[in-house]
Design a protein around this ligand. Structure first.
Ligand SMILES: C[S@@+](CC[C@H](N)C(=O)[O-])C[C@H]1O[C@@H](n2cnc3c(N)ncnc32)[C@H](O)[C@@H]1O
Length: 394
């Protein structure tokens, strides 16, 4: 039997002689199977019959494992979600028009990074070449997405997640199983991987836990040189450089808000990921003082009363504080304050410039769903139409 490479043959498992053993570990003799099946199974385009829980009260539906092994040139994807969310996912561009992924080099090696073992933190991503602001580091779809619920018992959840991952193509399955864990307990290995590597992702307006194995190798930094966002329509996690990165420098993202106090960040990292952050912002107490100054400047800039001290000079001071703290990837907020502060003294050119930067950063941090995008787009069109125009000149 010859199978043309473009055929999605995984979707018809009983039509190929490649079938040698079943997922339950038993080997069946398949010589007698007639290789004549041409009709897609009723569960197509999923590659296996969905396996479901009973109805979960907190979800209001059952959760089922859905796997498509040919997704994105046989990278594959497994979902553990409700039937209606799975149906919604099938309407998204990656399923409707798969070239949307390849056209944007999603799931392709960007050539920007390599893996290296680093003292005290396992593997990490290092830059293969110098990078500048906005250069793409990674762009990947998840290999697994699981509905965030707390109703299943740990062992039940493990059973379903195990099926989801074991049904993936071997390369994706082994990438998942090679990832770092927090506890190192074999019986709950699939959840342990999620604990150490997951990104939350909204799918069908519900929170899900997604695993992007390549991107997961990026370690945490409180002054990260890269920023990420997830595009829920493209099901893609993007990482971009937020300042110049040197060749062989480690590429870091933040696992927690770097605008939280050092104690809160350490708490989050030790509970969530079981490590103690030793970066300079975590060891040097000046970072909490800088955060206090950031808050106080933002308060003044947000004060629109007659006695406000908000001004372009204060906004510039705020921007400099963010840069000094290495928070370039989080500057959508100060750029926004700067746009308003300049507009408030009637400087339309500077208001436009900073509105453009606020929009650019917002898109790099929150994707096109950034809530303030609309404000900055309007200000770019005509600052004088915004309520802040000349507000501090009256
Ligand atoms: C998402 S993984 C990152 C990749 C991981 N280093 C690996 O080898 O696959 C998260 C784990 O990496 C380690 N890690 C990440 N950032 C770290 C840091 N700044 N310092 C120490 N360990 C870190 C922790 O063990 C954490 O649970």
């Amino acid at each position: 039997l010859s199978i043309s490479s473009s055929q999605c043959w995984h979707e018809y498992p009983f039509s190929t002689v490649n079938l040698q053993s079943s997922r339950d570990g038993n080997t069946y003799n398949i010589d007698h199977i007639q290789v004549t099946t041409v009709n897609p199974p009723s569960y197509a385009p999923w590659s296996y019959p969905p396996i479901c829980t009973s109805i979960l009260e907190s979800v209001g539906d059952k959760l089922c494992v859905y796997t498509n092994t040919s997704f994105s040139n046989n990278r594959g994807i497994s979902l553990f979600t409700t039937p209606s969310i799975a149906a919604h996912v099938l309407t998204l561009p990656p399923f409707q028009s798969p070239s949307d992924l390849s056209d944007q080099a999603i799931n392709a090696n960007s050539g920007a990074w390599y893996l290296s073992q680093l003292p005290g933190r396992g593997l990490g991503l290092l830059a293969t070449k110098p990078m500048v602001f906005k250069d793409r580091v990674t762009a990947y779809t998840p290999v697994s997405i699981a509905y965030l619920e707390t109703e299943l018992s740990t062992m039940e959840r493990e059973k379903f997640w195990r099926i989801a991952v074991d049904q993936l193509p071997e390369k994706s399955r082994s990438m998942y199983l090679d990832l770092a864990t927090v506890y190192g307990i074999e019986q709950v290995k699939y959840q342990d991987v999620v604990k150490a590597n997951t990104f939350q992702m909204e799918v069908g307006a519900k929170n899900h836990l997604a695993i992007f194995p390549e991107t997961s190798r990026a370690n945490h930094g409180c002054a990260p040189n890269a920023q990420y966002y997830i595009d829920p329509n493209l099901l893609t996690h993007f990482v971009h450089a937020t300042r110049p990165i040197e060749k062989d420098e480690e590429i870091l993202i933040s696992y927690t808000s770097p605008l939280e106090s050092t104690a809160n960040r350490q708490d989050h990292l030790s509970h969530g990921f079981h490590f103690k952050c030793t970066c300079s912002r975590c060891t040097d107490t000046s970072s909490d003082a800088a955060l206090a100054s950031i808050q106080s400047l933002q308060k003044s800039l947000n004060d629109w009363s007659d006695s406000s001290s908000g001004s372009p000079a204060l906004a510039e001071e705020l921007l400099q504080l963010y840069r000094d703290e290495g928070l370039e990837g989080f500057m959508d907020v100060p750029y926004g304050f700067a746009a308003l502060a300049y507009n408030a003294v009637g400087d339309e050119d500077m208001a436009r410039e900073y509105a453009g930067k606020a929009l650019e950063l917002g898109l790099m941090k929150d994707g096109s769903w950034t809530i303030s995008a609309q404000i900055w787009r309007e200000m770019l069109k005509g600052p004088s139409g915004h309520w802040s125009y000349r507000m501090r000149m009256l």
